[in-house]
Ligand binder design. Sequence first.
Ligand code: MN
Length: 239
Amino acid sequence: MDTTDTKNFSIAFSRRSFLIASAGFAASVALGGFSRLAAAPSPFTLPPLPYAEDALEPVISARTISFHYGKHHQGYVNNLNKLVAGSDYADMPLEKIITETAGKKDKTAIFNNAAQIWNHTLYWHSMKPKGGGEPPAELKKLIDASFGGVDACKKEFASAATSQFGSGYAWLVLDGDKLKIVKTGNADNPMVSGMKPLLTMDVWEHAYYLDYQNRRGDYVNGVLDKLINWDTALENMAK
Ligand code: MN
């Protein structure tokens, strides 16, 4: 190989390297573009759990929370992201999706998953370690006026939660200037009926079956006596 050959080889080699590099670059752009497209329709994310997974033990086990939050709640987020990809719903707040799709037969899946994301987020915040006890004074005043006392309020809450037939929720809501206890089936949410949800209790079997099996009442009373977070009700009243 003389100097000319070496030079030609070197040019040829460089050119080949460049082509390989270009192909790689093109591939990475294509891949980058694809993953961006795949990532774009994921506007909803799983809100953080406000405590550790074992923080509600022994009333609710870490195992229940792990499945309920990590699988069920996450699943609703994943489903909604798939369902709203590329639609106007992708840019809407959850509350707006819920009220706009409620009662629309062709939007049931979107409603169910959006409402389940919202309901679970309120559910996690409706409990805290060492909860229960007396509500803050400002809330207690309204509870006394609406139910005739905290015990009466808790009794009505427990009754709604245990009597809800099948899956659903019991709620403490603000309806006008009065507090009320209501129950809803499946993913339904009282905001659809113009009420303001303050606290909620999930009574789907996935909320208690690992810990209590069929004893829903034990779960309900455990939550009300030991975990209920009255501060959340007060915060939501102010919203
Ligand atoms: Mn649930």
